[in-house]
Design a protein around this ligand. Sequence first.
Ligand code: ADP
Ligand code: MG
Length: 243
Amino acid sequence: MIIFVSVRGLSKMFTLYTQGGAEIDVFDDVSLDVRSGECVCLHGPSGTGKSTLLRSLYANYKPDAGKILVQHDGGMVDLLALEPWEVIEIRRRTIGYVSQFLRVIPRVSTLDIVAEPAIVNGIPAETARASARTLLSRLRIPERLWSLAPSTFSGGEQQRVNIARGFMVNYPVLLLDEPTASLDAANRQTVVELIKEAKVRGAAIVGIFHDEVVREAIADRLFDVGKQPVAKSKIPAAAEAAA
Ligand code: ADP
Ligand code: MG
């Protein structure tokens, strides 16, 4: 199988300038390969850096060291070495990302928000809207809501609009940050099916899922962000012995 995402020696630290320059060492020397058709679930307790790693894979955060190689246009490109316009291009065609919360755009209808990723990829507007309707139906968003902006929707409804948007384009790489967190069982099952379909068409998926049932249904393997061997070796021997 072809490797779509290859992470090498990735480290990320946050410096809190407003709090005396305190440093948070989130992860250190993370390496991970994700193949076509595979779903890797980021694992570990809250605060271990799962979302930070996922945002780094979307070039939202810039890690301090390492490489993130992504298969794009038949070659491997390093996300950390790209110009901003190249990042936009990769996000348009290669990497899809379902964030934890929908970024609501005032006055844009739900149908147009969902259809947009396909339209910017050159799909005719009517074809894109037809796919958007199919996805919104599958995710049980009532038709009377499709013409409304989702700003007044419930958390679960906004999350489903966000998911529909993320599955509009057959991205080779798909990043999912707790897409099922606020969903009922039936919609959770729909998301499981969407993920399985994406795997069958060869997408490389990296996801965070609190729900063990969802993880068991879709994960090919778990990746423990919080347990990197190098981070552990940083603990002084004396402290380790005392622990
Ligand atoms: P997880 O998704 O595993 O719960 P996160 O990646 O959200 O964890 O956070 C990991 C750590 O990084 C936490 O200690 C969090 O406070 C810190 N962190 C995350 N984002 C930022 C940020 N933008 N600025 C400063 N610290 C951050
Ligand atoms: Mg998180």
